[in-house]
Design a protein around this ligand. Sequence first.
Ligand code: CTP
Ligand code: CA
Length: 223
Amino acid sequence: VTAHFTDGPLTGRHVLVTSGPTHEPIDPVRYIANRSSGAQGTAIAEALSKLGADVSFVTGPATAPRPRGPRITEVETAREMLTAVEAALPADAAIFCAAVADWHVVNAGPSKMKKEAGGLPALDFAENPDILATIARRNENRPRLVVGFAAETDDVVAHATAKRARKGCDWIVANDVSPETGIMGGGHNAVTLITEDGAEDWPRLTKVETARRLAQRIAEALA
Ligand code: CTP
Ligand code: CA
């Protein structure tokens, strides 16, 4: 059951949002993950919901509160996230905010690794599916608007522009997560929106304000 806040420009539209980190188990007590609170994803899902969208929110184990409004699916790993995303389609738009771990541990098992065993753990890694690229590159059930995120350091716009082309998505929301920006883990964001028309710098805004602005742009694109 989905709660709609209001009628709005996205009424009748289904939008998928991924959010949070994924956790890739090493053993029952340990995992690898990217840093992500899930705050930006939650804010985007709520902003879309407030514009009337029917939002499917697929989240990894994020510390941020869950959005009010969307239909929520909780997952742990990248592979589970891909399955949940596929199950949520079709959608008019899909926004991939999740900080998906790039690898999983193939030899993860049910037994806790013990230090007393001596030596260092030998972990075998395999690449995770690229959820954004999988959805953006397919012909059947491709959402009309596919939006990726790119947390970068150094040459942010160049990295993000290349990523947009590589993954086949329509837009990339890029942000500079260099330690000196103080963006990582905070309540604000300063993003650059990269579309087919080029790069557009947005001012430093709260994550909620960034989300509202992005939701508005998504509504215009789907109008
Ligand atoms: N993404 C995804 N599935 C993955 C990895 C990334 O869906 N396995 C999505 C993220 O949600 C984000 C976008 O792809 O929207 C970019 O993620 P990022 O980690 O920046 O891209 P990568 O291709 O993994 O490149 P990098 O080597 O910079 O981590
Ligand atoms: Ca990555």
